[in-house]
Design a protein around this ligand. Structure first.
Ligand code: ATP
Ligand code: MG
Length: 306
């Protein structure tokens, strides 16, 4: 059996040249996007994707050119939440044209490449020992292609919806030449908050990108009949937690069944039901993120945010 060491040079494949060319394409495309913001949590199922879909809507409504990259390769949701599933992607010389969501939001998600609802993403490769590392490498390679080979065009903002877990985040985010901010989402439950603290350490010490702040999701449920608010979880107050971790607190999104329904129907609640409690909370959070980005010197020339 031959090993790589037996093959002279790169056997004519110019692998290194291809990787460098892709890196260069990625750099050139990212240079045309003013602000890149990643949304992460640590714990899964806390509402990252629905928050990304609505933040994108808020910024697009405010007149920004917005793109959304669903970096959750194995559990993509943004195609569904932004109503673009089933759109045919156009492959052009310049790259893949992203799908177009509400208000022209440009969307790229693994969902758009899968042939059916039941098709999972399968990574064929080693299953023992190195399998985990190998899967991480494949995810990073896919994401690199999404960033490098999508014709994003000129954008004011690219939002990245990251997969749950803290382990793969540094390698995924290291693909970006620059990251302007991280938004962290938590439930007000101890189980979720425990992992938030790890995400904050990871963002500060490994990714080294500014943390724009913490969002508390599913903060409380308001009774549709009597208006009384009922807390759903018994964790630490998230505003206090943010203070303890020395990061800004961006606000609370209530549990709102209208939001769940809209996400399932593929319309951001913020556009279809702007007076719903969750929609109003999300628009205030978007405004705070916009202000925080504006204070960052690198974005001085970006357009006005909502
Ligand atoms: N504030 C809320 N009120 C009501 N439903 C919500 C709220 N936030 C999220 N949901 C619903 O909870 C479910 C999980 O949300 P979502 O998919 O956005 O979580 P996630 O953090 O992206 O999950 P994953 O970690 O698997 O990617 C969705 O059906 C979403 O519509
Ligand atoms: Mg998600």
């Amino acid at each position: 059996m031959k090993t790589y060491g037996d093959i002279p040079g790169d056997a004519g494949s110019d692998v290194l040249g291809q990787v460098n060319a892709q890196q260069e394409r990625l750099r050139a495309r990212m240079a045309r996007i003013h602000a890149k913001v990643a949304v992460l949590s640590g714990k899964g199922g806390v509402g990252k994707s629905v928050i990304v879909a609505n933040l994108a809507a808020a910024f697009a409504e405010g007149g920004l050119r917005v793109g959304v990259l669903d970096a959750d390769i194995n559990g993509p949701s943004l195609g569904k939440m932004l109503g673009v599933r089933g759109q045919r992607l156009a492959f052009e010389t310049a790259g893949v044209q992203p799908a177009l969501g509400p208000l022209g939001i440009r969307v790229l998600s693994m969902d758009l490449f899968l042939p059916s609802d039941e098709t999972p993403v399968l990574w064929t490769g080693p299953t023992e020992g190195g399998g985990y590392l190998w899967r991480g490498a494949m995810e990073a390679a896919t994401l690199r292609e999404f960033l490098a080979d999508t014709e994003w065009g000129e954008l004011d903002m690219l939002l990245l919806d990251l997969p749950p877990g803290t382990d793969r985040i540094p390698s995924l985010l290291s693909l970006l030449p620059e990251l302007h901010g991280i938004v962290i989402v938590t439930l007000p439950s101890q189980v979720s908050q425990l992992i938030v603290a790890k995400s904050v350490t990871m963002a500060k010490e490994i990714v080294k990108a500014p943390i724009l702040g913490l969002v508390e999701n599913m903060a409380a449920h308001r009774c549709a009949h009597c208006g009384a608010e009922e807390a759903l979880f018994a964790g630490e107050d998230s505003a206090q937690m943010a203070e303890r971790l020395a990061i800004p607190f961006l606000g609370r999104v209530p549990f709102d069944p209208v939001l769940t329904r809209c996400a399932d129907e593929g319309t951001p609640v913020l556009l279809s039901h702007p007076t719903a409690p969750a929609a109003q909370a999300l628009s205030r959070i978007a405004a705070k993120i916009g202000e925080a980005l504006h204070r960052a010197p690198a974005l001085a020339e970006a357009k006005e945010s909502p």
